[in-house]
Design a protein around this ligand. Structure first.
Ligand SMILES: Nc1ncnc2c1ncn2[C@@H]1O[C@H](COP(=O)(O)OP(=O)(O)O)[C@@H](O)[C@H]1O
Ligand SMILES: [Mg+2]
Length: 305
């Protein structure tokens, strides 16, 4: 089946070749939900470095005002020296000014404050870059993409969602560029990461314990494999064959909609000719595997019959 849409909700011209309307709408809704969910966390992630950039800048302002006074005194000393009239009182004034300022401290702290400020700015820039990459507009054409980089961006964007329950470990093997719609795959990775964090939260409860999320990539020609593992609750045998069903969820309203895996499967399998599978051990954890052909898929099959 091939649907011609009156207008493409993705904001691109022409018919939406790869998806039927319902799925497109669901995907859009899921993306908005994810962005909404992540917004508060990202604001928090940006706020921390911005705060210490602010604190350091205040410190530098104060320090520079003190140094200005000292430089003024040095200028007076230079003038006095040029006139051949340096007296002991002037030298003593300068010595006192240096002491009051705690010059050795400033000489140590100013470069440190500058370095930290740069670090903070770099951290914010990294988050903003990751966000831009994550929010990559859904493009119709599949294009070669660096999936290790895409995973790293998605981890940056999701950091605040994961960091309270899990330590994240990455084990990235060099990958060839994979022909794909990287924006959609970022959405898949995000869904899998958030499910992993939820599964760990379910397992550890209020105990204060933490779990581990491991993201591994492998090149297994002609495909690449992305494995996202958690040390969470595992998936009970009774629901294993239902987790990919649209709207199937075991989570309360607000935490889950049951759309994540259904869309992930549509994106990976139908849109990219790949595979989405999992291994799970109840009480021990789960690994989801995304396998994608490096060369991409000639014609996406979503919405076709
Ligand atoms: N990593 C995981 N560990 C344990 N259970 C999982 C995991 N991922 C998914 N599930 C189960 O599959 C269900 C469906 O997942 P999903 O489609 O992402 O919807 P949602 O997360 O909104 O519930 C979840 O409610 C959960 O029961
Ligand atoms: Mg989910």
């Amino acid at each position: 089946m091939h649907l011609e849409l009156p207008s493409d909700p993705r904001g691109h011209e022409g018919p939406a070749r790869a998806c039927c309307y319902d799925e497109l709408a669901a995907r859009q809704a899921q993306k908005l939900e994810a962005v909404g969910r992540l917004a508060a966390g990202i604001a928090h992630e940006i706020n921390t470095p911005i705060q210490f950039v602010g604190d350091n800048t205040h410190f530098l302002l104060d320090a520079f005002a003190g140094l200005q006074r000292l430089l003024g005194a040095y200028a007076a000393l230079r003038e006095a020296a040029a006139a051949g009239a340096v007296d002991a009182a002037l030298v003593e004034t300068i010595g006192r000014a240096e002491e009051e300022l705690d010059l050795p401290y400033l000489r140590e702290e100013i470069p440190r404050a500058l370095a930290q400020t740069l670090e903070g700015v770099e951290r914010v820039a990294t988050i903003v870059r990751a966000l831009k990459e994550f929010a990559h507009p859904i493009r119709k054409e599949h294009a070669p993409a660096d999936l290790n980089h895409a995973l790293q961006s998605t981890l940056t964007v999701a950091r605040n969602e994961l960091k309270y329950v899990a330590d994240v470990q990455t084990d990235f093997e060099p990958l060839p560029p994979v022909v794909c719609q990287v924006g959609d795959l970022n959405q898949v990775f995000l869904n899998l990461l958030i499910n992993a964090a939820h599964a760990i939260a379910d397992k550890v409860g209020d105990s204060g314990a933490r779990g581990t999320i491991t993201v591994r990539t492998r090149h297994c020609p002609p495909r690449v494999e992305i494995a996202i593992s958690d040390t969470g609750s595992g998936i009970p045998a009774a629901i294993r064959d239902r987790i990919f069903d649209p709207f199937f969820t075991t989570k309360e309203v607000g935490r889950g909609t049951g759309q994540g895996l259904a869309l992930a499967r549509a994106i990976v399998v139908e849109q990219h000719g790949g595979e989405l599978t999992f291994d799970t051990v109840e009480g021990a954890g789960t690994t989801f595997y995304v396998r994608l052909p490096v060369a991409g898929v000639a014609e996406p099959t979503v919405g076709r019959s």
